[in-house]
Design a protein around this ligand. Structure first.
Ligand code: PMP
Length: 458
């Protein structure tokens, strides 16, 4: 039952509020679900429905909801110093302490960080830093950034240009020049005519081919997520990253690993690049850095770049009002403290990740599921019309959206990317909650199959 208060909020929302990544007209007709409270891994809406948040908000609420320590850290910092900037030779304790702590937790070759307010701003910063680095090295022609189709790096103009989401490129362009995209290592979607490992090598070959096409002297960096998140929780074949690494070393091209989703424990290491044994020159970060409680991001900068920027630099004309915001930084510091105190990263690697993998794999027997995969606490289900051949449903049926809506009704937040269903729950989820998540996912799949059967018989 919708209360008058909730009805009022829904009406105001549809009259005045333009939501991100939303068909405004469709939403104003349907109305939105209003989330009012949350605790642990559960969220609650204004109609009183409780849902297991299988997406940790937007891949960010890694410590779960209702952490009083994070609230206290914000409140104390707000009282002490709610804002000051880090421009013009000033700093404040939270930004300094957070920079030092991040560099302590990062791999040895990373000892500097530039703060931003979001993951998109982190990728904008990275782009400018990469080009500035090569200019300072006397190679200003090294301009091209190679990234991947169906990668996601943000929604600012540089972020969407770096990302490989075709529908985003079609709106509000032109894109930032000097960015090009190669094929993604998405075996289930694009490579099932060969074995996984062959396909991984083919995708790395595509990188080498593009470098040669552009001329290695013109290529600045390769940018990728360790596991594509928004593209559909796509784990590359094991052959992919070693082959990519070899190509980049051969042509002296920087490696930028976007850790906005995979950083801070998602794959069972502090950074996703560590899972794949990569040594990135730069790592954009955000989301889990503050467990999503306040907006903060940054770029972790490897020594090779930092030494040049610091020693040969001159002013870097770049920065944000909220770079290293003291309250956000205080909450991020507390987040990192809690993660270490509760051994969250090790728990994901040794216990929760393997447990989810075992339980998630049981969904592979469902008639709608062509593949069930997971790594750490990220998972995907590929919905298919024909389990034997992996043939997809006609896209006009929007089966993924149907399943997502069914999940909400069933009490689970699971996201759809086309017909791929994805999860990325808080890293504090328990075994019992993982069991609940998998049962709810199965119930939603059953209901989706029932609705599909009913629509075919109309
Ligand atoms: N990079 C990646 C890998 C992301 O997943 C996202 C957000 N989903 C971003 C960058 C952009 O971050 P933000 O939305 O904080 O700008």
């Amino acid at each position: 039952m919708t209360s008058p208060g909730t009805a009022r909020l829904k009406a105001l929302d549809s009259d005045h509020h333009l939501h991100p990544f939303t068909d405004f007209k469709a939403l104003s007709e349907e109305g939105s679900r209003i989330i009012t409270a949350a605790s642990g891994v559960y969220i609650q809406d204004a109609d009183g429905q409780r849902m297991l948040d299988g997406m940790a908000g937007l891949w960010c609420v890694n410590l779960g909801y209702g952490r009083q320590e994070l609230v206290d850290a914000a409140s104390q910092q707000m009282t002490q110093l709610p804002y000051y900037n880090t421009f013009f030779k000033t700093a404040h304790p939270p930004a300094i302490e957070l920079a030092a702590e991040l560099c302590r937790l990062a791999p040895d070759h990373i000892n500097h960080v530039f703060f931003t307010g979001s993951g998109s701003e982190a990728n904008d910063t990275m782009l400018r830093m990469v080009r500035r680095f090569w200019a300072l090295k006397g190679k200003p022609e090294k301009q091209w950034i190679i990234s991947r189709e169906n990668g996601y790096h943000g929604s600012t103009v540089a972020g969407m240009s770096l990302g490989g989401m075709a529908p985003m490129h079609e709106q509000g362009g032109p894109c930032v020049p000097g960015i090009t995209h190669i094929r993604q290592p998405y075996w289930f979607g694009e490579g099932r005519d060969m074995n996984r490992e062959e396909f991984g090598k083919v995708c790395a070959d595509a990188l080498e081919a593009r470098i040669l096409e552009l001329g290695p002297d013109n290529v600045a960096a390769f940018l990728a997520e360790p596991v594509q998140g928004a593209g559909g929780a796509i784990m590359p074949p094991d052959s992919y990253w070693p082959a990519v690494k070899a190509v980049l070393e051969k042509y002296d091209i920087l490696l930028v690993i976007d850790e906005v989703i995979c950083g801070f424990g998602r794959l069972g290491e502090w950074f996703g690049s560590q899972h794949y044994d990569l040594k990135p020159d730069l790592m954009p970060i955000a989301k889990g850095l503050s467990s999503g409680y306040l907006p903060i991001g940054g770029v972790l900068v490897g020594d090779r770049i930092a030494e040049t920027l610091v020693q040969e630099g001159g002013e870097f004309y770049h920065g944000f009002t909220y770079s290293g915001h003291p309250v956000c930084a205080a909450v991020a510091l507390k987040t990192l403290e809690i993660m270490q105190r509760e051994n969250i990263v090790e728990r994901v690697r040794d216990d929760l990740g393997p447990y989810l993998a075992k339980r998630w794999a049981t969904l592979a027997d469902h008639p709608l599921v062509g593949e069930a995969r997971s790594l750490g606490l990220m998972g995907a289900l590929e919905l298919v019309a024909d389990k034997a051949t992996g043939e997809r449903f006609d896209s006009s049926l929007a089966v993924g959206s149907m399943c997502r809506d069914t999940c909400f009704d069933t009490g689970l937040v699971m996201r759809s990317v086309g017909d791929t269903m994805i999860i990325s729950p808080p890293l504090v989820i328990t075994h019992d909650e993982i069991d609940a998540l998998v049962s709810l996912a199965r119930a939603a799949l059953d209901e989706t199959a029932r609705q599909l059967a009913a629509s075919f018989h109309l």
